[in-house]
Design a protein around this ligand. Structure first.
Ligand SMILES: Nc1ncnc2c1ncn2[C@@H]1O[C@H](COP(=O)(O)OP(=O)(O)O)[C@@H](O)[C@H]1O
Ligand SMILES: [Mg+2]
Length: 267
């Protein structure tokens, strides 16, 4: 199963997944001008797990939307998988998971996962995983025919993750996907997400305002400050790849989390 789930071609793995150079986004409305992002630069390697960490309103969602080609930068340049963000979107190289699973209530779990294959010219990669395999991957084997209202909040987010993976994206963009879940479910899904990330070899950009979630999940954390949204520091997370939840009690983890808190608090 691991090979069928791998989304990435080794031939192009030297090319960055995302490269941002001096990205700025300014929203102009009748009443005001908002500098949502200012001079954002970073390079994200393929297969990496990056979190965007920062207070509400610092531009995390906007940055994710720039990568997804849903917002156009007003300054700077972005490349996604070596081309434009638009080309990556058209090639269906991007999967998106939001805080709210946004499932169609009249479709079963498996029908929700299949949806992207039915609309907008979506197509499963010939060697890619099936909706059935993806539901098993996210721990929902046996719940294929359940409707969203029959599933818990955590299960609905699992369906949303399976749906985001169905067209074989190279990059998974996740905007506070576990923010509305209770802590125990969130812990469990954090563990699951790391497993899924390793099995699929997908690049992940994960938005959170939880220091612990960012530390636990990531290889790198891009810490942002607000007004305007800027990069404060890109912090490498020097923890072993194998991360049981108990790692959160280790000295190394506590030290990194304290550092992130310091960067967040810095003026
Ligand atoms: N479409 C939009 N029009 C005007 N302002 C926006 C729009 N989207 C976001 N903003 C503003 O840009 C800033 C960053 O927003 P956002 O990216 O949602 O932050 P975060 O996700 O970190 O909470 C906020 O001040 C927000 O009000
Ligand atoms: Mg947001």
């Amino acid at each position: 199963m691991a090979t069928a789930l791998a989304q990435q071609s080794p031939v192009t793995s030297a090319m960055p997944a995302v490269e941002c150079r001096g990205i700025g986004v300014r929203f102009v409305t009748d009443r005001q001008t908002v500098n949502a992002l200012d001079d954002i630069s970073f390079t994200l390697k393929q297969g990496a797990f990056l979190s965007l960490l920062g207070p509400s309103g610092c531009g995390k969602s906007t940055l994710l939307r720039v990568i997804a080609d849903l917002v156009h930068p007003t300054a700077g340049a972005i490349s996604v998988l070596g081309g434009t963000a638009e080309a990556a979107r058209r090639a269906r190289a991007l999967g998106f998971v939001f805080q709210d699973a946004a499932l169609l209530p009249w479709r079963t779990a498996i029908e929700n996962v299949s949806l992207p294959l039915e609309v907008g010219g979506g197509r499963k990669r010939a060697d890619g995983p099936s909706p059935q395999e993806l539901l098993a991957l996210v721990g929902l084997k046996g719940r294929e025919n359940s409707f969203p209202h029959e599933l818990s909040g955590g299960m609905r987010q699992r369906v949303a993750i399976a749906r985001a993976l169905v067209s074989g994206p190279r990059i998974l963009l996740m905007d506070e996907p576990f923010g509305a879940l209770d802590e125990i479910t969130r812990d469990r899904l954090n563990v699951e997400l790391l497993r899924i990330w390793k099995e699929t070899l997908t690049t992940v950009v994960f938005v959170t305002h939880s220091i612990y979630e960012a530390t636990y999940l990531s290889q790198q954390v891009l810490v942002m400050g607000a007004h305007p949204g800027r990069v404060r520091e890109i912090v490498p997370i020097d923890l072993p790849a194998d991360r049981p939840l108990a790692i959160r009690e280790s000295d190394a983890f506590v030290r990194i989390a304290a550092h992130l808190r310091g960067v967040l608090g810095a003026e």
